[in-house]
Design a protein around this ligand. Sequence first.
Ligand code: FE2
Length: 371
Amino acid sequence: MYMTDKWEGKEHFNIKRFKYVEFYVGNAKQVVHFYRSAFGFEEFAYSGPETGVFSHVSYVLKNRKIFFVFTTPLKSSHPATDWLKKHGDGVRDIAFDVDDVEFVYKSCLDRGAIPHKKPIRNNENGDFDIASIKTYGDTIHTFIDDSKFNGLWAPKFKKLELPKINTSDTKLVLIDHIVGNVDWDEMDKWREYYEKVFGFGTFVRFDEGDISTKYSALKSIVLRSKNWKIKLPINEPAQGLKKSQIEEYLEFNEGAGVQHIAILTDDIISSIANLRSNGVEFLHIPDTYYDNLTQRVGGIDEDVKKLKELNILVDRDEYGYLLQIFTKPLQDRPTLFIEIIQRKGSKGFGQGNFQALFESIEKAQGERGNL
Ligand code: FE2
């Protein structure tokens, strides 16, 4: 495995942060209820027939610094209808905050970006600039500059008002990273795309020959922006001890797409306790994972009993440690899921957990005499 915290990219433009993630979903009205009650998001803005948009509806939800947009087409002629027919509910757009949309778009195209939508300036309520380019699968990146915009969220949006619901505070703070799955042998093509177009640097890579690749059956690289605010891992399937989970994703998503969104918390124990009480389902971790935990990862501040009870994973790198947990897929197709992560110095993504989980499953299998 390769990992460096040295900046090896070239910053072509100022990419400030994740602006929002837009999902295409079959029924946004119901999905919104799920993200509010289960993940503690709050209603923020709405666009649809009531605001003069007749082709689709979009609901914007907010949880501290995280913005999720859920869009449902109202007509079969809307492009989201074909998208949904192929992929099912999932992530359509990873949007970024930038300074100068026109310049960013043009310069990205000069460096080989695949165009999606040319820059448009709406100036009904102060300037609102937007443009987008394509990335892996049917996913896009939108660039937004709303620094001079005086309205709520975007043109043709109004305040979203919904009845109050009961939910526990999930203590989620911001998006840590967003992971894409691409097809066999496509990872390096997309790495080059992000290096060239965005000027991102690669700071983690694991490949054939890495122990984690054997256990996880995936190869992975992580690209980042200079300010560390944008981290975009990309996976491709690999030959491993079991069928690659990436292959299963590609089958059900019918191609490349976003695999998971990792959300940062500064109190993972409260977050997971509250998410569980709100009804969020997480992957089950075998008890044996916790048997030698502190021998594997060293001393940690948290009570191992509590981590075991909540099924939270721990991993350490040279910079510190992290705590993480993964939800089950959030829709019927086994495609998109969410990770909750707390960083205590670590810059990694939990690669050490692949082997530990695999071994603890095998240990339990052995105890049942099935090995
Ligand atoms: Fe992750």
